[in-house]
Design a protein around this ligand. Structure first.
Ligand code: CMP
Length: 140
């Protein structure tokens, strides 16, 4: 059994609609444990730094504008194969392609306002968790 941690962000479209609890229930019902969580307003510089890997993509500026349009909830999810499991719970990036029952199928508004972000690999998860949390903030 591989217990992992992954970084999740509940995005501004979801916090605006007060969906934090419903989204958290999806994680918990699937067996992931929320071991750290904070609601924050990202600055432009912070959003640009978090999404630096996408800085050359055509959607980068719109993505940054969207991510600073309201509060986000950053969280660490822990559980068996947490990185992959969270990606299954979220569903495809484009909600039109997301499987029924996934967060994005149920809640996302568009490919940009897609309600949640999740790390795509264990190495990315470690880096993204350290972007938002110190070790002392994570309580298993
Ligand atoms: P996320 O998992 O947070 O990682 C990058 C984000 O860019 C992605 O989710 C989408 O919300 C956003 N995005 C906007 N447009 C696109 C696009 N055309 N293709 C992929 N991601 C996009």
């Amino acid at each position: 059994m591989t217990v992992e941690r992954t970084l999740s962000i509940i995005k501004p479209d979801a916090t605006r609609r007060n969906l934090t609890g419903k989204i958290n229930a999806k994680f918990e019902d699937a067996g992931l444990k929320i071991v750290a969580q904070r609601r924050i307003q990202l600055s432009k510089a912070q959003a640009e730094a978090f999404y630096a890997v996408h800085s050359h993509r055509p959607f980068f500026n719109d993505l940054v504008s969207f991510m600073i349009s309201g509060p986000v909830v950053a969280q660490v999810l822990e559980g068996e194969n947490a990185v992959l499991k969270n990606r299954e719970i979220m569903g495809a990036t484009d909600p039109k392609k997301a499987d029924a029952g996934t967060i994005r199928a149920e809640f996302a508004e568009s490919i940009e306002a897609n309600s949640v972000h999740g790390s795509d690999a264990p190495e990315a998860a470690a880096q993204e968790i350290s972007f938002f949390f110190a070790a002392i903030d994570i309580v298993a």
